[in-house]
Design a protein around this ligand. Structure first.
Ligand code: GLU
Length: 502
């Protein structure tokens, strides 16, 4: 019987969550859903120097916002816990020791000063097959010297002994056969002097312990793969090794290199899923959520960075993605990030979303901007009227604020040069005889009055819009007037006449 699919997203809690990280999480999630499997969040926090307070909770929040909540995680443990590597610390040493006694790893006692000296002596120094015999380790020291050092608790690490002249290869589900010459692989540290494993040892031990069947991760981890493959073999676990799938990079908009947070800062778009506040400096890095992206659009956009279903379809719900996702259609080539396209997804999502599903998000935006929304029926009508004009959620504020409060400023410059006493009289008369039962009849009545008074209706429409809205934007002006109602429309006309007369 096939093993039950178990996949993991294994971020290190070091700061904001890059959209590439979210895409890795998403592909793990989709593969799990498609195969009735389990999606695990494992926090890889073994590097205490890079650990950042709050980053783990933030990552969990980002996944929740995207709607790709893990089945097992530190806050929702299943039977494979703990789900934080730091809490699994005691489980790693025995495997490192086992590798040493089997001849696949060795103790290294080099001090930071020794290593620095070597780095100065040998350009591009790598601790590995070419240099290991010049270093202070259990390959160069005698057995009793090693024992003495261990007994004296001299700080040491355990390094993998990468074999010479071997070809390590594996089948990647996206790239096919991938192979590495061991000559270019260095002797990575497996267990650090503080007893913590490095990522390399922990990822293998944990994938085995958590019965992970498929490992999706970014292409940037490909160079580490040979070390992991060797460890699976040396620990005697080859039969349980997960299938690997290294996801294509997300590239800068110009296609030159991996998209970084700095590119976002430079080009003015977010790279993180949600706002991230650096706990040390207090610096805030913007996220897609706060910029006004809908999670559905964000997830949809990410899914299509490196995957498609083989048709022209671009808009997918998460449920559709769960059903259609397939590894075969993930491309090997990097995917260029295009912020305009990201906004296009959001615009499409806003257009196709129901008023009900937008209501809460729009209300939040309006309230954040200081509006008090008491009339939800009005809010719904307004959303329906303007949603096609909104690309990001905050656009709803600009596009709708005038429904909830009179304009505080007017684009007078667009009206005053052609404003006359006759126009003022027209609007007084109009305000006193408003018929606003429905937009079509209201327009007919407005035009009839205009013609009767000798105006081309066109020259009065713009002032009317600016009276109601404050500026040259918004949906049909009679739609707006009908929604505002007679009292409010009249009030706004009178107020604006004063402004334009002054
Ligand atoms: N901890 C690694 C990261 O931060 C995980 C790599 C992997 O999935 O093996 O992305």
């Amino acid at each position: 019987m096939d093993k039950k699919v178990r996949v993991r997203f294994a971020p290190s809690p070091t700061g904001g969550l890059h959209l590439g990280g979210v895409r890795t999480a998403l592909f793990n999630y989709l593969f799990a859903k498609k195969n009735n499997g389990t999606f695990v969040l494992r926090v890889e926090d073994t590097d205490q120097n890079r650990f950042v307070e709050g980053a783990e909770a933030y990552i969990a929040e980002c996944l929740d916002w995207c709607g790709i909540t893990p089945d097992e995680s530190p806050s929702k443990p299943g039977s494979y816990g703990p789900y934080r590597q730091s809490e699994r610390k005691p489980s790693y040493r025995k495997f490192a020791e086992q590798l040493v006694s089997d001849g696949y790893a060795y103790y290294a006692f080099d001090t930071p000063e020794d290593l620095d000296a070597k780095r100065k002596e040998i350009p591009n120094f790598q601790y590995g097959q070419a240099t290991r015999m010049q270093m202070r380790n259990s390959l160069t020291l005698t057995l009793s010297e090693v024992e003495d050092l261990l007994n004296a608790k001299i700080p040491h690490v355990i390094r993998i002994k990468v074999p010479e002249n071997e070809n390590v290869h594996f089948n990647d589900l996206i790239r096919g056969d991938v192979s590495f010459e061991t000559a270019i692989v260095d002797d990575k540290v497996l267990l650090k002097a503080d007893g913590m494993p490095t990522y390399h040892l922990a990822v293998v031990v944990d994938d085995k312990a958590m019965e992970i069947t498929h490992a999706f991760r970014g292409e940037e981890w490909l160079p580490s793969a040979p070390v992991h493959i060797l460890l699976w073999k040396y620990l005697g676990w080859e039969a349980d090794m997960p299938a690997w799938a290294h996801l294509p990079l997300i590239l800068k908009p110009d296609g030159h290199g991996k998209l970084s947070k700095r590119d976002g800062d430079r080009l003015g778009f977010p790279v993180y899923a949600m706002n991230w506040t650096d706990p040390k400096t207090g610096d805030i890095t913007n996220g897609f959520k706060e910029m006004g992206f809908m999670p559905e659009a964000f997830v949809n956009m990410l899914a299509l960075l490196g995957w498609n279903d083989g048709t022209e379809q671009e808009i997918f719900t998460l449920a559709e993605l769960e059903e259609k996702f397939s590894i075969e259609r993930i491309s090997k080539a990097g995917a260029k990030f295009d912020f305009e396209k990201a906004k296009w997804y959001n615009h499409e999502w806003i257009k196709q979303s129901s008023v009900d599903s937008l209501q809460l998000q729009v209300k939040n935006e309006l309230e954040k901007a200081g509006f008090v929304i008491s009339d939800e029926a009005l809010l719904n009508t307004v959303i329906d009227l303007i949603k096609d004009r909104c690309t990001l959620l905050p656009d709803f504020v600009m596009q709708s604020s005038y429904f909830f409060a009179s304009p505080s400023v007017y684009d007078s410059a667009s009206v005053k040069p052609k404003w006359t006493a006759e126009k003022a009289t027209f609007f007084h008369d109009y305000a006193n005889n408003l018929s606003l039962d429905n937009p079509i009849d209201a327009e007919v009545a407005f035009k009839a009055l205009a013609e009767e008074k000798g105006f081309k209706p066109g020259e009065l429409m713009l002032p009317f819009r600016i009276m109601l809205v404050g500026g040259k934007f918004g949906p049909g002006v009679f739609d707006i007037a009908v929604l505002l109602g007679k009292e409010e429309t009249k009030l706004r006309i009178e107020n604006a006449i004063l402004v334009f007369n002054s």
